[in-house]
Design a protein around this ligand. Sequence first.
Ligand code: 2PG
Length: 211
Amino acid sequence: MSGTLVLVRHGQSEWNLKNLFTGWRDPGLTELGIQEAEAGGQALADYGMKFDVAFTSALSRAQKTCEIILNKVGQSSLETVRDEALNERDYGDLSGLNKDDARAKWGEEQVHIWRRSYDVPPPGGESLRDTGARVWPYYMTDILPRVLRGEKVLVAAHGNSLRALVMVLDRLSKEQILKLNLATGVPMVYKLNPDSTVASKEVLGDMSGAH
Ligand SMILES: O=C(O)[C@@H](CO)OP(=O)(O)O
């Protein structure tokens, strides 16, 4: 057995609540989002988790979630690396639009393809594959080496930057990734083998309501 990798999507943001495409825009967490991050942190504290390093994106909703979790596990001054490689997928021209308005304009199916497919980018934005093209190298060079050294690593990031990572870790196909939604504030605890494959995965919370 090697180290531990914990992935957690940020708590509900102001734009999640307003049902707006967010991408690289930078709204803060809602009250519920703060509570979700606290619940995720508490689950990790109950699990007995102590981290060696934390990684987060350049966006405040993920950074705040990271901070709340580290407070809950009693590690508020832990080394935290922020990098835009972990940012949400860039939603391009859809950023700031209402998701229901987009469905009315372009149809349910097209919007679902833009939101969840592997390789169809939204207009002017990134597909999941494009997002992976920056997330995966960063994982390989900056995150994975620390896990393989036996460290416990927290990654607080976004729905789609984490879907790109989960796709590789869980060996999901392009068809399977279409159906994967990550819940906000629910930690996924991966133990990795020394060859970087997954030895075990535990989800500390309920993923079923994710959309
Ligand atoms: O708006 C966004 O940036 C993301 C995450 O909230 O939305 P989606 O669920 O469409 O990937």
